[in-house]
Ligand binder design. Structure first.
Ligand SMILES: Cc1cc2nc3c(=O)[nH]c(=O)nc-3n(C[C@H](O)[C@H](O)[C@H](O)COP(=O)(O)OP(=O)(O)OC[C@H]3O[C@@H](n4cnc5c(N)ncnc54)[C@H](O)[C@@H]3O)c2cc1C
Length: 637
């Protein structure tokens, strides 16, 4: 057992005592309502306090009603918010937890309710997203200083243990700090000192309003990765000034939302930005937090042991498994439900829906979706050992049911196995291993190499059958689609079929794009043919641009609005606006989607006591739905 001595050492942030070094980082979750705390939000944080993190941080809270671009965010711009926020802090404290309020402003404001939003910033510098903000007036800046400091005072009144000002990723404070967005010539711009003034004004006003002893944390992007922006050396000059101004802890992050560099995608190596914390730690005497792509307590321990940071920030790993700290402390590393860095949590919030997690169905439903012992244990057959089947089997077994899991292959995993083959998707295999381990520990009877057909199952008379037989590749109805030179993406990634030198991929969705890159890495000359206007249309917002960047870097040819009409042994015929075109290739890889395996459901329908199709065999989708449905049915039966 790895001893995590450093991770579970107490530490002080100003006057605040923490009993370990794990911070749950701010992550907007969309669980608020009308800028207020809800029971759903309280349940979410209570679960994470129970899980043992040393300090929780709320998602960004707006100190002004003019900075609320994401529905479901919290507000702290009036005293009327204090009672709701106090319910949250009291609930966290009741679990022995500590909680900081993260206060920050993005760069939008709506003049009045229902009016279109107007973007404002220190200077009228266009953003990379194409918007043109209006320059703030001096009066508005002073109002904002007042808003931030009043917000901090309200946070203290509501019982928060600390306040964290969001000074990073290109949000309002960061736009004042950085020369790439602050072009002012008054006292808030024009020099290093002047650009810092906005934040220093906020810090001084906060000390006056909330008291000198109320711990202040600043979250900073220690490298902005923006043209003309600040790098680590600049932040090494800024941070000692913040320390002198009373900041008790520096929480580091990397880049801006709009910088052209992947920061949290699964292709970013674990711990890639710890060097930022390390660099800041060299110039200050207050605790420094390392963050981004640290989802493993052993890596966290190493970072602390090497003295590279004082605390470890985790957002997604504690969304995936709120109990990560307790499990790590108890040495139960293999029981930690691993974050796969897929970005689904971010995507759901960006799509303005409540946050969800691919690997944890309970996220956002902590109070409702509890796992209770079944009143009457049942004989449950789960057919299919992909994520849906494994999750269903484990949860059903935890409830005391007598569970048998049948898998036709010699191993568990289903489509998680090909899904984790592209080089940067290896995190998915950690989740597969986690599920397999839980199946092994749960008392589920496992039958590998057992392809199930209808009749024998009916004769066995189980109380419940959960069908999780997944989906298979669609073979389109195109002449030549079953030719000798045609394979599926699934067959390529599973290593069942080889391809020639020149490969044409039909279908540029997630699977087609990933298969293209996988083959390009092997030296193949790859062309993607996509009938839609763009490739990767089924990939989430936070990830798609990274995949496109990778396809370009890999030299993959991409042809959109290309409707494949025929496949021959020489290549692929395509119909386009301008007429027909022929693409030569040695192998054609089909990646036009998956279709649900429905045969077994048809055989069993009406012949077994209860039948529940879950995951891709109900409808081909993603791991998130497989996990959610597997969990939901197992807790209901
Ligand atoms: C190449 C690829 C990449 C992907 N990448 C991602 C990704 O990055 N993110 C994401 O969210 N989703 C991804 N997906 C989709 C994701 O893998 C599926 O949505 C998910 O695996 C569905 O889970 P499931 O348990 O429903 O089915 P499956 O994972 O398909 O598992 C079904 C299992 O049932 C078994 N089985 C079938 N019939 C029988 C039978 N008669 N008897 C016994 N066993 C049977 C199969 O052998 C299989 O093990 C990808 C899919 C593919 C193919």
């Amino acid at each position: 057992m790895t001893e995590l001595k450093n991770l579970f050492q107490p530490i002080k942030i100003g006057s605040l005592d923490l009993n370990n070094r794990i911070i749950f980082l701010a992550a907007a979750n969309g669980y608020g309502s009308e800028d207020m705390v809800t029971q759903r939000m309280i349940d979410f944080y209570v679960e994470r306090a129970r899980g043992g993190a040393g300090l929780l941080t709320t998602g960004i809270i707006a100190p002004s009603s003019l900075g609320m671009p994401i529905p479901g965010m919290l507000g702290i711009y009036h005293d009327r918010f204090i009672p709701g926020l106090r319910q949250l802090t009291e609930a966290v404290h009741a679990q022995g937890g500590k909680i900081a309020a993260q206060i920050g402003l993005q760069y939008y404001r709506a003049r009045e309710e229902g009016a279109p939003t107007e973007e404002v910033a220190p200077s009228a510098v266009s953003t990379r997203r194409g918007s043109s903000p209006r320059e703030l007036t001096l009066e508005e800046i002073q109002d904002m200083v007042e808003d931030f400091s009043q917000g901090a005072r309200r946070a203290r009144d509501a019982g928060f243990d600390a306040v964290e000002f969001h000074c990073g990723i290109g949000y309002m404070i960061n736009r004042f700090l950085s020369p790439c967005t602050n072009k002012r010539s008054d006292q808030y711009g024009g020099s290093f000192e002047n650009r810092l003034r906005f934040l220093l004004d906020i810090l001084h006003a906060t000390s006056r309003k909330a008291g000198d002893d109320f711990p202040i944390i600043c979250r900073i992007s220690g490298e902005e990765f923006m043209e003309g922006g600040y790098g680590l050396e600049d932040y090494q000059k800024i941070t000692p000034i913040l320390e002198r101004a009373g900041v008790c802890c520096l929480n580091t992050q990397a880049g801006w939302h709009e910088c052209p560099r992947p920061l949290v995608h699964m292709s970013v190596p674990r711990g890639a930005f710890v060097y930022i914390a390390e660099g800041i730690k060299k110039v200050v005497n207050i605790p420094v937090v390392a963050a981004y792509r640290i989802n493993d307590p052993i890596l966290a321990e190493d970072i602390l042991a090497q003295g590279r940071a004082d605390l470890i920030g985790m957002a997604r790993p504690l969304i995936a498994d709120p109990e990560l700290p307790n499990k790590a402390r108890e040495g139960r590393i293999e029981d930690i439900r691993p974050c796969i860095a897929c970005g689904h949590c971010l995507d759901t919030v960006m799509e303005r829906t409540p946050m969800a997690c691919t690997v944890n169905a309970q996220v956002g439903r902590e109070g409702e979706w509890t796992v209770e012992r079944a009143e009457r244990p049942k004989r449950v057959f789960v057919i299919g050992g992909g994520p849906a089947g494994m999750e269903a089997a484990v949860v059903a077994a935890r409830r005391g049911h007598d569970v048998t899991l049948f898998e036709k292959m010699g191993q568990l995993g289903g489509n998680l196995i090909p899904a984790s083959v592209p080089s940067y998707k290896w995190e998915i295999s950690n989740f597969t291993n986690y599920l397999k381990t839980q199946v092994g520990k749960s008392g589920v009877r496992l039958r590998l190499g057992a392809e199930i057909v209808g009749k024998p199952i009916v004769q066995e008379k189980p109380d419940v059958v959960i069908l999780a037989t997944g989906a298979r590749s669609i073979i389109p109805d195109i002449p030549g689609a079953r030719g000798k030179n045609v394979v599926t993406a699934h067959e390529v990634l599973s290593g069942e079929k080889n391809v020639g030198r020149r490969v044409i991929i039909v279908g540029g969705g997630m699977i087609g794009s990933e298969t293209a890159e996988f083959l390009a890495e092997k030296g193949k000359e790859v062309t993607i043919l996509e009938m839609l206007e763009r490739v990767g249309a089924d990939i989430g917002r936070t990830t798609r641009w990274v995949i496109l960047q990778r396809l370009t870097n890999a030299g993959i040819r991409i042809e959109t609005r290309a409707n494949v009409v025929e496949i021959t042994d020489k290549g692929v015929k395509v119909k386009r606006e301008g007429g027909e075109e022929f693409f030569e290739g040695d192998t054609v890889v089909l990646a036009v989607g998956l279709e649900a395996n429905k045969e077994l459901a048809q055989q069993l329908e009406g012949k077994v006591a209860s039948l529940y199709p879950v995951g891709d065999c109900a409808e081909a989708r993603r791991i998130a739905q497989a996990i959610e449905e597997g969990f939901r049915i197992a807790r209901e039966i």
